[in-house]
Design a protein around this ligand. Structure first.
Ligand SMILES: [Cu+2]
Length: 477
């Protein structure tokens, strides 16, 4: 009780001091409001979701929790499965029966009817709500948390590809079914990729606002409900960019920091994270959006195409290392968080052999997919428009969140760095809306502890007129 009073006083004091000193909003919160809403043209409902998302990010401090023994044991059991599976090929025949751990991992494009998307996505949902560990953390969340632990050792250097290759195997083993990859260059070819059928209940669920349709609806994450804001910034994979990578010979030429032209697989992949936004645009927490697995599976697919080409050029990809002084990124360092594995295993042909990739759909058939078609002029498969807008509005009470978590400043992890702005993303000058949103956000923030639901909902509507006007006149491409 006393604590509650003290913290309430502390909050009021903070508000008073910031008001007097002229810093109206905490910087992180202001930046989030500004950036998200500036880049959003989907109307009031989305703006409200985004404002709430900013509050969530602000109010949830990063929990540096340690894994429980049960969680560690669970992960260990998965590692052991993969180890025995990868030993399979090198052992004598009599062990064959014993080691039928996993049916062949055949990975296909999400929208290829053979990809088993319905089965796979159901398995993901099962894992998300699998609380059998009894620790209050679902099996999905335990695996997703590994990424936060390995942020430094798995990004910004040569270990990006090998670490994520092992990471995909872990998730896939837990699901018990091959991960379908998302070739986002199929969507990039559309006039407006945010209209792709992939953002419907048949595939990833809605791309704007909190995810409330499809197999991942209602997913909660450590930084609030699962949310997306597709096409606001960044870029999807582009065929020209992929071909550029595939024309290189050595790993160092496609690696971030060592590629001579500043182009790398990791940078290109980061653009897609930014494009999806929400949890996907949070370096530590991105695996909490299941889109992560299919996106990273495509990154791994590109790497495998690269490796295959290397072999044809007489280069062994399993030993094509780059010297690095980055902590935990050397080939013989342990793969961070993946006990029993070294980074070198991620490069190995033994691990690569566990997976078989089917080529991404191509013309004229485009795998007979119901979500893409062959453009005969361009000679490439292009994603279909969804026929209905899958966005479902959502209303949440900011007061509840504030009361539950208290107004503490939170550190929510660094974002994927922005390399360049793609001309096709929906960014144009929104000075007027921007100014109004700043004002309403300020009100929203100040009002948090006492504000009634009614006045909270009134806030976004104050700029409704402006938004609708802009929607009718704005074309982003
Ligand atoms: Cu990552």
């Amino acid at each position: 009780m006393c604590k509650a009073v003290l913290s309430a006083v502390a909050i009021l004091l903070t508000l008073y001091v910031t008001a007097v000193s002229g810093n109206y909003l905490p910087k992180t919160l202001l930046e989030c409001f500004d950036h998200k809403v500036e880049n959003s043209h989907e109307g009031v409902a989305l703006a409200r979701d985004l404002q709430k998302h900013c509050l969530d990010m602000f109010l949830h401090p990063t929990i540096k929790r340690n894994m429980t023994t049960d969680e560690v044991n669970y992960l260990q059991s998965i590692f052991r499965k993969i180890i025995s599976e990868s030993n399979h090929g090198s052992r004598v025949k009599r062990r064959t029966k014993l080691l039928e751990v996993f049916p062949k991992r055949i990975r296909r494009e999400v929208r290829d009817p053979m990809s088993n998307w319905p089965k796979y996505s159901a398995a993901v949902r099962r894992l998300k709500f699998d609380m059998s560990g009894g620790t209050g953390t679902s099996r999905y969340d335990t695996i997703a948390d590994l990424h936060r632990i390995a942020v430094d050792e798995a990004h910004g250097g040569p270990n990006f590809c090998p670490w994520h290759r092992l990471y995909l195997l872990i998730f896939e083993t837990a699901c018990g079914i091959a991960i379908p990859f998302w070739d986002s260059s199929i969507d990039f070819e559309m006039a407006d990729p945010t209209e792709s059928k992939i953002w419907t209940e048949d595939y990833f669920g809605n791309g704007f606002g909190e995810v409330e349709s499809g197999p991942f609806s209602g997913f909660d994450t450590p930084i609030g409900p699962l949310i997306r804001n597709i096409g606001s910034d960044g870029s999807l994979f582009q065929k020209t960019g992929i071909l550029r990578l595939l024309s290189k010979r050595r790993f160092a030429e496609i690696n971030v920091g060592t590629s001579p032209d500043g182009d790398s697989l990791e940078d290109q992949h980061g653009q897609v994270h930014i494009w999806c936004d929400g949890q996907m645009n949070n370096l530590e927490r991105s695996p909490f959006d299941p889109v992560f697995w299919s996106h990273h599976c495509f990154v791994d697919y590109i790497w495998e195409l690269f490796r295959t080409r290397q072999k044809s050029l007489g280069i062994n990809p399993a030993t094509d290392f780059i010297p690095t002084n980055k902590t935990g990124q050397s080939p013989n360092d342990e793969a961070r968080g993946i006990t029993g594995y070294l980074n070198v295993d991620g490069y190995s042909n033994r691990i690569a052999k566990l997976v078989e990739y089917k080529l991404t759909p191509s013309c004229p058939k485009c795998s007979n997919s119901d979500a893409m078609h062959c453009d005969r002029a361009k000679k490439m498969c292009i994603a279909d428009d969804r026929t209905v807008n899958s966005y479902v509005g959502h209303q949440e009470d900011a007061v509840k969140i504030a009361n539950k978590y208290g107004l503490s400043n939170g550190n929510h992890g660094s974002a994927f760095t922005l390399m360049y702005r793609d001309a096709r993303v929906r960014v144009d000058s929104v000075t007027l809306v921007y100014r109004i949103v700043r004002k309403t956000s300020k009100k929203l923030y100040y009002g948090l502890p006492q504000q009634t639901k009614k006045s909270y909902y009134r806030v976004p509507y104050t700029y409704k007129g402006t938004f609708q006007k802009r929607l009718s006149v704005t074309k982003w491409y």
